[in-house]
Design a protein around this ligand. Structure first.
Ligand code: AMP
Length: 362
């Protein structure tokens, strides 16, 4: 099939790399000819020209997207003539932190207490109701910890509201979590659903640095609880493709932080670490093909993000159980340039390889 991707970053690139062995062709709606995916398929440069979007859409049998910040008007326009998965409902809900959290509440899925904030007096009232510490976040367009302000004392209220530049925001109660986990699932057009194991994520300055997969010390009941939340959400959204839940593991519960309607950085380990990667399974789902096995190949896997600088890539290539993935991006502060997957059947060996590549970690 001809698969169109809205966006042409590293996620589109890895979708393409998994789609080719299945015999598909790729099209990208890119911003520039330098985007990470642009040489991996026929590229349409999107300059807000409806003709370009129509040509892209006409040349695709099915369209998908790589970001929750994808413009819904473009998605709705394309949907008039071409199948698009995941559908507009998934995008509509996950583009707005308030809608996302309202859905979680409706489904009785635990999330942080929250209140929408449109002005300073809303903020003051929200702090009275929720208490401090709390985090003020923009409702839209936030990623990698951007557009967020941690409020610890009332004296920071002014600074916090100013940091939002007057845009609609949400105040969330601060969750004292033990660790951050994520769950990735894939749902087919016929509703068939598969889950990857829970993984543990470590962030630095709001950016994911290390994923351990599967997460250690996960009871069957915790995995099942995460899967039950996922099942409720993915079914309600009638979502087709990969969906990711970012979770806080706190002493008394599993709390959903965020929902991403797409393949996710915390699932990059699946390229070498799982029987079928998240990228291949997303492609299988949107092309109405049978889903692949989501079980792990090696007992222990790690994913290290390459951020800001490419670093000692030869050292990665020399590490026996490490795999290098670069995205063809120029070095820039806090930019994701690539990742490393490490796989092993021995936890000790995995830790040794991580230590060997520790210059990539903060
Ligand atoms: P987000 O953009 O919502 O994924 O937030 C980025 C990071 O900020 C998360 O990975 C957490 O480490 C932290 N964070 C976000 N929301 C909360 C919260 N309600 N309580 C505690 N930490 C949070």
């Amino acid at each position: 099939m001809k698969i169109g991707v809205l966006g042409a970053g590293q996620l589109g690139r890895m979708l393409a790399l998994s789609a080719y062995p299945l015999g598909h062709k790729m099209r990208f709606l890119a911003l520039t000819e330098e985007d990470p995916s642009s040489l991996l398929g026929k590229t349409f440069i999107h300059d807000n020209n409806p003709d370009v979007i129509n040509k892209f859409s006409d040349d695709s049998d099915v369209v998908t997207y790589e970001s929750e910040n994808t413009d819904l008007t473009i998605v709705n326009e394309i949907a008039k003539t071409t199948k698009i998965y995941p559908g507009d409902l998934s995008l509509h809900l996950t583009q707005h932190r308030g809608r996302e959290k309202t859905l979680l509440q409706k489904l009785n899925i635990p999330c942080a207490p929250f209140a929408l904030v449109n002005n300073f007096s809303d903020l003051s009232q929200a702090i009275k109701n929720i208490g401090l510490p709390a985090i003020l976040k923009t409702t839209k367009d936030g990623y990698d910890g951007k557009g967020q302000f941690l409020i610890e004392t009332e004296s920071q209220m002014n600074d916090a509201w100013e940091a939002m530049s007057g845009v609609e925001s949400i105040l969330e109660g601060f969750i004292n979590f033990k660790r951050e986990l994520s769950l990735i699932a894939v749902r087919a057009i016929d509703g068939n659903l598969k889950f990857y194991p829970l993984v543990e994520n470590s962030h630095h300055e709001g950016i994911l640095r290390l994923t351990m997969a599967p997460a250690q010390e996960i009871s069957d009941s915790l995995q099942k609880k995460a899967e039950s939340y996922m099942k409720l959400l993915i079914t309600k959204m009638n979502h087709v493709g990969v969906l990711t839940l970012e979770l806080f593991d706190s002493d008394d519960d599993l709390i959903v932080n965020e929902i991403a309607p797409r393949v996710h950085n915390s699932g990059h380990w699946t390229i070498e670490g799982a029987q079928t990667s998240q990228f291949e399974n997303h492609i299988r789902a949107i092309t109405n093909s049978p889903l692949g096995d989501t079980s792990v190949k090696s007992k222990f896997n790690a994913m290290i993000n390459i951020i800001s600088k490419h670093g000692p890539t030869n050292k990665v290539l020399e590490t026996r159980n490490a795999h290098l993935h670069l995205y063809d991006k120029k070095e820039r502060q806090n930019r994701k340039l690539g990742h490393i997957t490490i796989t092993s059947d021995s936890y000790k060996e995995l830790q040794k390889s991580i230590a060997n590549l520790s210059s990539y970690l903060p």
